[in-house]
Ligand binder design. Structure first.
Ligand code: NAG
Length: 254
């Protein structure tokens, strides 16, 4: 389990069981690109797209957890007073689906470097299902509830920014991801919180309608949590792979 330091947001992931010690081999289905390739980034874009189904399932030999569905044990936002949306919101047993539909639009990486930028979009809606516990105020209205919820994000475009450094181990160099920044845009978020107000259906239905009418304001509040969840999960998944397979095996010099 890991819980990174963060101001208002906290994320707990179920970590994969410790896999074999480094070094390991890249799964055969995952293609690589020579650093000398004159079309290096175009090659990386195709290699990453082709590797997606493998990564989505999770690579057992490397101990990377599946990306779709992505399971998150706990996610929480602490109330920040004087904000339009001031809630204590705890999610648990969250399942995020749809990320596997991602289309890689571009990869930026200087050959031999430890910085990667990936631009992608999801071809299907991304859904977050799980349990929630919520209390606070949304745009001046009190809100309270506990039950299951469904947050669906349509037309998701993402930017992944990996900043890393070489990690030397037994004379071999590995890619150590120090910082993984996940950010996204969307044209619409659909929210369903079941069992709001102790199950009062009329109040709950009204509030869900209100939340959906004001999805942009709500997203402002949820965005750091969602971005943090993906950043933590993807950093973990990439380091599981990068810490086991030598840099030169993933990014062959020639
Ligand atoms: C979540 O909500 C979306 C959009 O409202 C819907 O299409 C989807 O079936 C729901 N998923 C679940 C598991 O309830």
């Amino acid at each position: 389990m890991v819980s990174p330091p963060s101001s208002a947001v906290s994320v707990v992931l179920l970590m994969a069981a410790a896999a074999a010690a480094a070094p390991a081999q890249l799964p055969a289905e995952m293609k690589t690109c020579k650093q000398t390739d004159p079309k290096y980034v175009q090659c990386l874009k195709i290699a990453l797209q082709d590797s997606l189904p493998t990564l989505v399932k999770g690579v057992r030999s490397l101990g990377t957890q599946p990306i779709d569905p992505l399971k998150i044990v706990a996610l929480s936002i602490a109330e920040e007073k004087n904000k339009p949306v001031a809630v204590n919101l705890d999610f648990s047993d969250v399942t995020i689906s749809g990320v596997g539909s991602s289309v890689i639009d571009a990869v930026e990486m200087t050959p031999g470097s430890y910085d990667i930028k990936i631009i992608a979009h999801a071809a299907s809606p991304v859904t977050m299902n799980g349990n929630y516990k919520l209390e606070g105020k949304v745009l001046a209205l009190p809100i309270q509830g506990m039950g299951d919820c469904n947050i669906t994000i349509s037309n998701t475009a993402v930017e992944l920014l990996l900043k890393g450094a070489p990690l030397e181990q037994d004379g071999t160099t590995y890619f150590d991801v120090k910082d993984f920044k996940f950010s996204f845009t969307t044209d619409r978020v659909y929210l369903t919180f079941n069992n709001l107000f102790n199950g009062d259906k009329a109040l709950g239905d009204n509030m869900n309608k209100f939340l959906n009418d004001n999805w942009e304001e709500i997203l402002k509040e949820l965005r750091p949590t969602i971005e943090e969840a993906f950043s933590v999960a993807f950093k973990d998944i990439s380091n599981n792979l990068f810490h086991k397979v030598p840099y030169n095996d993933i990014f062959p010099p020639k």
